[in-house]
Write a protein that binds this ligand. Structure first.
Ligand code: NAP
Length: 529
């Protein structure tokens, strides 16, 4: 499969309309159009007013109103008051995925009046364009030109991404000013189909391409970079399409207005992935260090989907979460020896040869915070739990020559891990009698909603330092207890930040802005945790 060629398109900001009369409008469009939808005109224009803080390019979904025509005088007033606003009017019929229950004639009438009210672009579904008679469509287009408005013809597939070229060809048969193709992503590869369409068609036309749904985020963010005329966002309180992202998120988190052909693309892959803090942390780090890069959440149902995206996009690197950490190993060209011993990789980097190289930065996430506070060589460290996180901790600490003990609810799992990593296992009944330099909790105990809230009994807290990998909440019951006892503590977010900081370094070759990464992660956890 060919790699997406994202190098040679300069996204147009000033758009001309080929084939249009001399009076055709020249619009200076932003990269982001905020789609507005509401049940009442009052609500719609209140949303429009607040959207102006983020963009001056708005789509009015008139079809969401019970009586779209009744909102036109208000629309005219709004646009007269905000002369710098570019507006798209849409009145999509129910049969074509919208809410408008009127006829084709009514739709054309409302769109014509919206153009006369000042909307510089009107959106007509390709199905409506095809249904209209030749004279009907000709009259509509003359009226649009008289009003100084451009015609956007759109295609929507609400169930999948398929035959996009055919859809674009159907639209282009009408020679509109804008071609809009919207599909639904069921996989990451569907983004590739959309981006390819944009690249192929945007040299000869002004194209907008988007794949809806959580998996389609890549197309929303990277569309303009591939040559799309613009992309769509929602207001922060109301999305108008599945998977639509708010304007603030696209502007602040993904910096969609700054992305260009030189921007390197990274991802955090897993399922579920929507609540990952990695995009927040890494994009803040890129911004702080002036690295021209963006990191996107990638919902991966099957690994092959991620591998195809990594190859074709191409991705500079990927942070890998469960359950992909083991699955990805056979696809790596090489990995560092510790990653191979652990048998889990949380960081991919694409080499200059296009191959994937694997690293495990979870190890540094455990060892670095401890090393800042104690000498690991010879330290007695108890690891609670024997799952994936424990593996990185036990192998990493043994590698630093600590004396590592593993204790777990299911003792056989502790024994198996200890045997593989050259550590020792301890039965839970023995813990009260033992003394450690540090205790590291790798079980989910203490995480919001998980019982028991403490991974060990109070009388087993025999250490001078307690490190809890759980980071939601920030102050876990274990950390509170340890703090009350006067013990040193390490909170789970520190591990998250440290493993992310090493990823940043692997990807960019620059020292990570750890303080900034920690600041944004802590802030997010305090806000939403
Ligand atoms: P995992 O592979 O499922 O392993 C969980 C381990 O905890 C197993 O040993 C399991 O024991 C034990 N366990 C589970 N529920 C328990 C309970 N109710 N009581 C006692 N023991 C219990 O999970 P993981 O990927 O290792 O993740 C574990 C925790 O670490 C999660 O809370 C995760 O969020 C956190 N973590 C944090 C970071 C960070 O950056 N701070 C990174 C990775 C993971 P059995 O063997 O008996 O099933």
């Amino acid at each position: 499969m060919r790699q997406l060629d994202v190098m040679h398109h300069a996204p147009a900001s000033t758009l001309e309309f080929p084939g249009a009369p001399a009076s055709a409008p020249r619009l200076r469009l932003g990269k982001l159009c905020i789609a507005l939808q509401a049940e009442t005109p009052a609500e719609l224009f209140a949303r429009a007013q607040s959207a102006l803080h983020d963009a001056r390019f708005l789509e009015f979904r008139l079809d969401a109103l019970a009586k779209p025509a009744a909102a036109l005088p208000e629309l005219k007033r709004f646009l007269a008051e905000h002369r710098d606003v570019i507006a798209i009017a849409t009145c999509r019929r129910k049969a074509h995925g919208g809410n408008f229950v009127g006829s084709l004639t009514s739709e054309l009438d409302i769109l014509t009046k919206a153009a006369e009210a000042g909307c510089q672009i009107v959106d007509l579904e390709v199905e409506s364009a095809e249904e209209a008679t030749h004279p009907q469509l000709a009259r509509f287009r003359v009226a649009l030109r008289a009003a100084g408005s451009a015609l956007l013809v759109s295609f929507h597939d609400f169930s999948r991404t398929r035959a996009l070229d055919q859809a674009a060809a159907r639209i282009q048969a009408f020679e509109p000013d804008y071609v809009k193709v919207v599909s639904t992503a069921r996989s990451l590869a569907d983004n590739l189909a959309v981006l390819r369409l944009i690249e192929d068609r945007s040299l000869g036309a002004d194209v907008v391409g988007i794949a809806m749904g959580e998996e389609g985020l890549v197309s929303r963010v990277l569309g303009p970079r591939a040559g799309a005329a613009f992309t769509f966002a929602s207001t922060s309180d109301a999305a108008t399409a599945p998977g639509q992202v708010s304007a603030r998120t696209l502007l602040d988190l993904y910096r969609v207005e700054q992305l260009d052909q030189a921007t390197r693309i990274f991802g955090v892959a897993g399922n579920p992935i929507a609540h990952s803090l990695s995009p927040l942390m890494h994009n803040a780090a890129f911004r702080r260090e002036n690295v021209n890069a963006v990191l996107l959440p990638l919902k991966v149902r099957i690994l092959d989907d991620l591998l195809a995206l990594a190859r074709e996009l191409p991705l500079g690197g990927v942070a890998v979460t469960m359950p992909l950490k083991q699955e990805v190993l056979p696809h790596l060209a090489n990995m560092d020896p510790l990653t191979a011993r652990i048998g889990a990789c949380n960081t991919l980097r694409t080499g200059a040869d296009g191959k994937l190289y694997g690293f495990n930065t979870d190890v540094a996430g455990v060892t670095r915070p401890l090393e800042k506070r104690m000498r690991l060589k010879g330290a007695r460290i108890l690891v609670l739990g024997a799952g994936g996180a424990a593996r990185a901790a036990v192998f990493g600490l043994v590698d630093r020559e600590a004396e590592v003990f593993v204790s777990n609810r299911t003792h056989e799992n502790a024994m198996a891990l200890a045997r593989k990593a050259h550590a020792r296992s301890v039965k839970q009944e023995q813990l009260a009698k033992l003394q450690f330099d540090a205790i590291v909790n790798t079980t989910p105990c203490g995480m919001t909603g998980v019982k028991p809230t403490l991974p060990i009994k109070e009388n087993e807290l025999n250490a001078r330092l307690v490190f809890d990998m759980v980071y939601n909440p920030i102050e876990t019951p274990l950390l509170k207890l340890a703090h009350a006892r006067g013990l040193a503590i390490i909170a789970g977010f520190e591990m998250f930040v440290q493993q992310g900081a090493r990823q940043f370094e692997i990807w960019t070759g620059k020292p990570a802005p750890e303080a900034e990464m920690q600041r944004v992660v802590q802030l997010a956890l305090r806000r939403h945790g």
